[in-house]
Structure formats: C-alpha cells, structure tokens
Design a protein around this ligand. Structure first.
Ligand code: SF4
Ligand code: SF4
Length: 301
C-alpha cells in the first residue's frame, strides 16, 4: 500500500552507538556493598603494607624489612614465599566454598578493569569518550605499577639521578606501565577470562556446589537482558547452569553479584521478586535444561 501523503518519517540524526556494556556501580544489595568495601580495603593494604614496612624489599638499596624491623634479604624473601604460598593455600579452600570469589572481591586488577568499564559507560555519549578512556587506563596503569614497584624498590630512586639504579628503575616503570596499559585498554576482563593463571586455575577447580548464581524458574523474568549486559565476564547468568562450566558456565563467574543487583532493580517496579538468586537461598525452583522441559511436556522439538 502506498504511503499516505500526510505522513513522513522524522529525519533522525545518525548516531553511532558505542560498544559499551552497562557498567553497574551503585550497589543494590548488601553483597555488592560489601564487595566495594573489601576491594577498597585490599587496595589500601597493597599501599600500606610496604609503606609501613610490614613487608618491604628494597633491592635498589639492599635493605629489607619485616614487621617494621630491618632483616636480611633471605628472611624477607622467605616471608614473601610464605605469604605467596599462604595465599594459594587459603585460596584452595576458599575456592571449594565460594568459587571465583577472589576474582570478584579481592583482585585489584579486576577492580581497575571494573573502574574502566564504569568510566566507559558513564561517558558513553561523550564525544571524547575514547580519549578519556585512554587517559584513565594510563593513569590506572601508572598507579598500579608504582604500587607494585613499591614492594620491591625504593621509589625515591626515580627522582635521584645520582643513584646507580636510576635508569633501571625508570625502565621498569616504563615497561610495566606499557604492559599494564595494553592489558587494561585492549583486553579488560578478557584478560581474566583467558590469560590470568589464577583465574584459569579457579575456573577449572570451581565446583557446582560452591556459591553461584542460579535462575529461579518459579519466578517471573521480563526478559530484559540486563543481567547479560551487566556481566563483566560476558556470561549469560540465566543460562550458566546449562553451559560447560569452563565455557560460559559457572566456572567463569567471578561472583561479583552485579547480575543479581540489576535483576532486583529491574523487577522492583514490577513488584516481583528477582529470578536471579544465590544458590544458598531457599525454595529455588531450578530451570530444567531445554531437552528435559520438552520431554516432560510431551511436546516434540
Ligand atoms: S554471572 Fe553475575 S555474578 Fe557472575 S560474573 Fe556475571 S554479573 Fe558477576
Ligand atoms: S535481569 Fe532478571 S528479569 Fe532481566 S532478563 Fe535477567 S533474569 Fe530476567
């Protein structure tokens, strides 16, 4: 049928929608509120421990401290090894109960990725979004490098051209900053999914009975897709139970809780409870895999 003469399409301005994912940053539940608090405390600990010399190695001046006292290099290195293996040991048991919680709650690198996502999202309509993201990731990379270097070097070497390690310290700072920036800017959470050895280990060993996000089939879902959009790991929280744990399944979930937060936020105006829940909650009706659902209803695929 011909188009009526009195009707015309409005002339929309062409817009390029940036490839951003919704970055959720305002906590809705107590869970995500505590996640932010723990992440802030961990970052503070990374700064304070070497600053207070509770554990600090200074290879540039051949000085080493443990619990505020100067020690030999061997003792300080032993403390580092104990701390390192202790972290693995705690992580082994923690993982059995709470999966990849370490990635979502503890890892400062994950926090930087998250901050990058938030900036990317907040500036999604800003014409200088790309530039602002480059700048912020550069600042994050420099800050992270300085924090890490402060555990092993004296940062004042950077402003002391007379020091024997002046050049080396700058080379380390530049090298690590470039590496950190490339990972932050080009990979984001893909690094956590595909390269981080800790993350890969946790993906493999995470058990189905540990803490995880489940979809309650007894509750309504408005199919808004927000849970998928908000997930930093590019997972589909509603379908995680039917996926290979290491390939889109619960093994890759970092338990950030953002999907549950947005689901609650979305369902609140409907006056309905959120279908996404923690598996520790009660009265959850698990969603059956598609083939089982077909068989029980007698319908043919
Ligand atoms: S599935 Fe949910 S809890 Fe897991 S990483 Fe994605 S948003 Fe976070
Ligand atoms: S956010 Fe909640 S309501 Fe929206 S699609 Fe996901 S599970 Fe369904």
């Amino acid at each position: 049928m011909a188009k009526p003469a009195f009707f015309d399409y409005p002339a929309f301005k062409k817009t390029k929608i940036p490839a951003v994912r919704v970055a959720h940053w305002k906590p809705v539940t107590v869970y995500t509120r505590w996640r932010w608090v723990v992440q802030a405390v961990i970052v503070l600990a990374f700064v304070i421990v070497p600053y207070m010399r509770w554990l600090k190695l200074d290879f540039t001046n051949d000085q080493y401290w443990l619990l505020g006292h100067e020690m030999s290099m061997v003792i300080a290195l032993q403390a580092v090894v104990v701390l390192w293996f202790g972290t693995y040991f705690v992580n082994f048991f923690e993982n059995y109960l709470v999966g990849r919680l370490l990635c979502g709650w503890i890892c400062p690198w994950g926090l930087l990725n998250r901050l990058g996502m938030i900036i990317n999202h907040l500036l999604r309509r800003h014409p200088r979004r790309a530039l602002a993201l480059v700048f912020s990731n550069l600042v994050f990379a420099i800050a992270a490098t300085l924090v890490v270097m402060n555990w092993a070097l004296d940062l004042s070497t950077l402003v002391n051209p007379q020091h024997a390690y002046f050049g080396w310290t700058w080379c380390i700072l530049a090298g690590l900053t470039v590496l950190g920036f490339a990972i932050l800017h080009k990979m984001g959470f893909t690094f956590c999914e595909t390269i981080c050895p800790f993350g890969m280990y946790l993906t493999v060993v995470t058990q189905k009975n540990s803490l995880r996000v489940v979809f309650d089939a007894g509750r309504a879902c408005v199919d808004c897709g927000l849970c998928t959009q908000v997930c930093p790991m590019d997972l589909s929280p509603r379908e995680m139970d039917f996926r290979d744990p290491m390939n889109g399944g619960f093994g890759q979930c970092i338990l950030c809780g953002d999907c549950i937060d947005v689901c609650r936020k979305r369902m609140a105006p409907e006056g309905l409870p959120a279908p996404l829940r923690w598996n520790t909650e009660k009265n959850i009706l698990p969603l059956l895999p598609p083939e089982t659902r077909t068989n029980t209803t007698g319908l043919q695929p």
